[in-house]
Design a protein around this ligand. Structure first.
Ligand code: HEM
Length: 409
């Protein structure tokens, strides 16, 4: 850590610890550390937002089901309220990501049940897709790991789980990349048009698939969900389509970054890579340590539902609370040597998948994918190295991932 990072001023705004800030974009951790040490409960008045960074506060708040989640419950003018969709007052286009009970539980429970059963059933097929993609990457020379492996893999896997037809896979990939732009508030007009057109095409395609599977079910998640609906499931077609799309938006970039961040970390820490190769039983712990050390999603949020104390501070109804998962993950009160990437000790649970009612629904899938990718990749390329390059981190606020990662095999 440079001297200026050690002695720099403590952040006073949530923006200073996000990828909007060039220094935090390259490395958010020194600023998050200072924030956690000096202002563990920060009030960002211009953005009308609270920011928590200590592990215990973050854990207690994500787990507390009395908070709200939907941006429309957040104070007007606050950072979270800007994420609401003014054209959707009834919340029909709001996925479980931002729904509150009873809608959240009504939509999430049947989806979780079907999705987890699918992942369990399809694990061998998921692993086979991973092996195929890695085997198709160049056998020697230099290539961009993100382009060849980390970006295409999660899309191919979710397409297979959902039941996307093989001959529509290229279009599906294109639309998925379009809708993911919804996560980027700084997108250009051209990107916004691409995003809207992609969402329309994806909606039409999901509508078609749902109709087809009602008539002729197949072995896929869309068939499971239309069957669950026919069996009395209390969700309509709009809700189902929105939540199936949430699997794309929530799952692709995040898993891409878990793969990229992990390969980058292992190649920069050869002792850890050796430890993993020497003891494959460390595979799950290795994934958890990558998630802890470079969390692909750096923050999540809740909304105060009635005046109360949170993390020892009086807060008002409708004030948003942002929680820095990445700062909690390096809290020394919870993790020994938190600034060291070390896969060998059994550590406390990290916060990277959030918690409580909204805990990431895709966590089991992301874990399966990352475990298999690390194993298969370092098996196929035992002498993979990182050529000299400038690592460019994504400019997307509160996401942490690498744009391009050149590797030499
Ligand atoms: C490394 C990969 C991933 C990370 C780091 C991640 C992280 C997160 C986080 C932090 C949340 C919010 C939790 C909270 O507020 O308590 C979340 C929610 C969610 N994630 Fe993930 N995620 C990942 C992969 C996936 C995958 C693979 C899928 C689907 C295929 C997915 C779908 C979702 C959905 C639908 C939600 C909303 C759940 C709800 O609000 O009920 N995620 N994820």
């Amino acid at each position: 850590m440079s001297e200026s990072e050690e002695t720099g001023k403590a952040p006073t705004s949530i923006m200073e610890v996000s990828a909007y800030d060039p220094e935090a974009r390259d490395n958010p951790h020194p600023k998050m550390k200072r924030l956690r040490e000096t202002h563990p409960v920060l009030r960002d008045e211009p953005l009308k937002t609270w920011l928590l960074s200590r592990y215990d506060d973050v854990r207690a708040t994500v787990n507390d089901r009395t908070f709200d989640r939907h941006p429309r419950n957040a104070e007007p003018g606050s950072m979270l309220s800007m994420l609401g969709d003014p054209d959707d007052p009834e919340g029909k286009r709001t996925s479980i990501l931002f729904q509150d009970d009873p809608d959240h539980a009504r939509n999430r429970l049947p989806l979780v049940k079907a999705f987890y059963a699918r992942i369990k059933k399809m694990e061998p097929e998921i692993e086979a897709i991973i092996d195929r993609v890695i085997e198709a990457a160049p056998a020697s020379g230099r290539f961009d790991l993100m382009e060849e492996i980390a970006v295409p893999l999660p899309i191919a896997i979710i397409a297979h789980i959902l039941g996307v037809d093989e001959n529509r896979l290229d279009e599906f990939r294109d639309w998925s990349e379009g809708v993911i732009l919804g996560l980027n508030p700084a997108r250009s007009d051209e990107e916004t048009n691409y995003m809207t057109a992609s969402a329309d095409k994806l909606n039409a395609y999901f509508t078609q698939l749902m109709e087809e599977r009602r008539v002729a079910p197949k072995d896929d998640l869309i068939s499971d969900m239309v069957q669950a609906q026919a069996d009395g499931g209390d969700f309509d077609d709009d809700e189902l389509r929105t939540n199936l799309q949430a699997l794309l938006v929530g799952g692709n970039l995040t898993t891409t970054d878990l793969i990229g961040n992990g390969v980058w970390l292992f190649l920069n820490h050869p002792d850890q890579l050796e430890a993993l190769k020497a003891d494959p039983t460390l595979a799950s712990q290795a994934v958890e340590e990558v998630l802890r050390f470079e969390a692909p999603v750096q923050a999540t949020s809740r909304v105060v539902s009635e005046d109360r104390d949170v993390a020892g501070c009086p807060m008002k109804k409708s004030q948003p609370v942002f929680m820095l998962l990445a700062a909690a993950n390096r809290d020394p009160s919870k993790f020994e040597a938190p600034e060291t990437f070390d896969i060998t000790p059994k550590r406390a649970s990290h916060m990277s998948f959030g918690g409580g009612a909204h805990i990431c629904i895709g966590a089991p899938l992301a874990r399966i994918e990352a475990r298999r990718v690390y194993q298969k990749l370092f098996e196929r390329y035992p002498s993979m190295t990182l050529p000299k390059q400038d690592i460019v981190w994504r400019a997307l606020p509160f996401f942490r991932g690498i744009e391009r990662l050149k590797v030499e095999v």
